[in-house]
Design a protein around this ligand. Structure first.
Ligand SMILES: Nc1ncnc2c1ncn2[C@@H]1O[C@H](COP(=O)(O)OP(=O)(O)O)[C@@H](O)[C@H]1O
Ligand SMILES: [Mg+2]
Length: 257
């Protein structure tokens, strides 16, 4: 398997709307790929096609060596997926949430106990096993959701805006946990609006209106664009695509009309 993910001309249409437009993507195993783009640009749709839960209108692809059209069930078993509205059961405890996912993936009991201990330790949830998930604060919830997505030891992990709405301290802890949990050659595909997070990814891709505008090492992308940071590059791409300029200085408008 040369690539953890390989998409060839993937397109998804909803009626007249082309949500994902002839997208090509190659992600080497063991890398962290940051998927960037404004709201509505097609990140979630692409992720759902990679997970084998959404069938593309055209194009082909392989995930972990399995064909996304012919073998979506195999893909679903082997990946971890934390969706934008992560799916915890608020009226179940921390442990019961993990048990639920353990059963879905039929993890043998002995291994399951070991995996749970690792998740508790890494997510800092030790001592909170009996707390209702609904009573955890945002950062803990997110780390529990990450634990649920990793409980079956997937070799590929999808995180769709996992840190949206989380405070900076929790975001930093969350990333530490991701890096800790993914040390063993797991591939991570993560969508985010936070450019500080994107900057630390091995690879990033910019998607806009369903098209992949750029792909590569974040530092090289910054350099190539003569920019200060990834945020400037991101804004530049959006401005080029829309013809609108967002570099307005609010005070200029205030004083000069
Ligand atoms: N089930 C659906 N039916 C119709 N349109 C959809 C559906 N899901 C997404 N879209 C549209 O596809 C485009 C891409 O959406 P999405 O992949 O959710 O973008 P992102 O995750 O980057 O915000 C948007 O215009 C969105 O409104
Ligand atoms: Mg989305």
């Amino acid at each position: 398997m040369d690539y953890a993910v390989e998409l060839n001309g993937i397109t998804k249409k909803y009626g007249n709307l082309t949500a994902v437009d002839n997208l090509n993507l190659k992600i080497p195993p063991g890398s962290i790929f940051g998927f960037l783009g404004p709201n509505g640009s097609g990140k979630t749709t692409t992720i759902r096609m990679m997970c084998g839960v959404l069938t593309p209108t055209s194009g082909s692809g392989k995930v972990l060596g399995y064909d996304i059209l012919k073998n979506p069930e195999e893909i679903k078993k082997k990946i971890g997926y934390m969706s934008q509205k992560f799916s915890l059961y608020e009226d179940l405890t921390v442990e019961e949430n993990l048990d639920f996912y353990g059963e879905i993936y039929s993890i043998p009991p002995k291994e399951f106990k070991e995996r749970k201990d690792i998740v508790y330790r890494m997510a800092g949830l030790s001592g909170r096993e009996k707390t209702l998930a609904g009573n955890l604060s945002g950062g803990w919830k997110q780390r529990l959701a990450l634990g649920c997505a990793l409980i079956h030891k997937p070799s590929l992990l999808f995180l769709d805006e996992p840190t949206a709405g989380v405070d900076p301290v929790s975001r930093r802890i969350f990333w530490k946990v991701i890096r800790e949990m993914t040390k063993n050659n797991i591939t991570v595909i993560v969508s985010t609006h936070y450019m500080d997070e994107a900057q630390t990814c091995d690879l990033v891709g910019f998607i806009f209106k369903g098209k992949l505008l750029d792909f590569g090492d974040p530092n090289e992308i910054v350099k190539k664009n003569n920019a200060q940071n990834l945020e400037d590059v991101f804004i530049k791409y959006v401005e080029e695509m829309t013809g609108e300029h967002h570099g307005v200085r609010p005070l200029d408008i205030f004083f000069n009309g």
